[in-house]
Write a protein that binds this ligand. Structure first.
Ligand code: ZN
Length: 83
């Protein structure tokens, strides 16, 4: 069971850890990295105890925004039979 559910807006970006953090009752910080969020992970663990939180966020906000190249289908012109 998770200790709590926390919205990503309520977490703090930690530049040193490169992770979103949230205060753990043990005095340390729950942490979840950008890579984990991009991968769809929604559990932030505390490195100092066994507690963890569920992070509430919109996965679409953390997807890579690189546009995928469109599938290019070469036009297939059927040979025209000329009489
Ligand atoms: Zn803790």
């Amino acid at each position: 069971m998770s200790y709590d559910e926390v919205e990503i807006e309520d977490m703090q970006w930690n530049e040193d850890l490169k992770a979103f953090t949230y205060s753990c009752p043990c005095g340390d910080l729950f942490q979840i990295t950008l890579e984990e969020l991009k991968a769809g992970e929604d559990i932030a663990h505390c490195p100092s105890c066994t507690l963890y939180i569920s992070v509430i966020y919109d996965p679409a906000d953390f997807q890579d925004t690189e546009p995928k190249p469109p599938d290019i289908v070469p036009p297939m012109e059927p040979p025209t039979a000329v009489a």
